[in-house]
Design a protein around this ligand. Sequence first.
Ligand code: NAI
Length: 253
Amino acid sequence: GLRCVVTGAASGIGAEVARRLTDGGAAVTALDLKAPEVPVERFVECDLTDPASIESAVDELGSGWNVLCNVAGVPGTAPADVVMKVNFLGQRHLTELFLDRLERAGSIVSVASMAGFGWPQRIEQIRDLLATDGFDEGVAWLRDNPIQGNAYNFSKEVVTVYVMSMGLALAERGLRINAVSPGPVQTPILGDFEATMGKENLDGVRDLVGRHATAADIAPSVLFLASPVSSWVNGVNLPADGGIGGAVVSGLV
Ligand code: NAI
């Protein structure tokens, strides 16, 4: 079976991904602030806002991995620096330290969001942040370049472009990286999205497809990209939004 690391496995989408991977015969190590309730082979405590915590987690993990699922994330109700650290800078730090620990044909899957859809409008800024080398440089860049609007959206825009930009470089090493972008999902942070987006907007999005997604609607897309069956898919963002994004982009809504 595959040896997989899943961040955010203590809740929501990450828990569902960890559970399904384990059910499919994979050996899952969970990285999170708290231990998961779903059965996993191992739990390693890790705070993605803290580069030292990420480094010691990676040391503990050792090598011989096949999959890294970056699922952990925080909503826009958290302070902007925490949002950027968990959703992008910490994730990038972990991913880059992890590359040497992945076996050939290894796969990285990041959960981005429909909230990252607006990346083309901010591509210059995103390229600038992506050009920073490491966690601390990223923090310094963010200090000098305050984000306009919601940090959550920006963090997801950056992750989306990060994944796209890394595909080719990883292909040279026999690795892949892809993203899954859900629309709203019924997990403990849905209430936070109601607070940041406004109830009417969130209800409006729900009404386009009749309901919000569940973690069970999202996890299979993560598993597909983690699995070798998607071997020629690299550097893409796969929306898993029930059709909402397509309707928005094509101007139908
Ligand atoms: P959740 O709140 O149920 O799970 C998030 C997990 O991340 C938790 O286990 C939490 O402990 C962990 N986490 C938070 N801060 C951390 C830190 N500093 N270090 C390590 N782990 C940390 O949320 P959910 O909904 O399962 O979200 C998973 C991913 O899906 C996130 O990246 C989120 O942005 C994304 N997403 C969620 C949507 C939704 O409507 N629920 C919509 C689109 C994307």
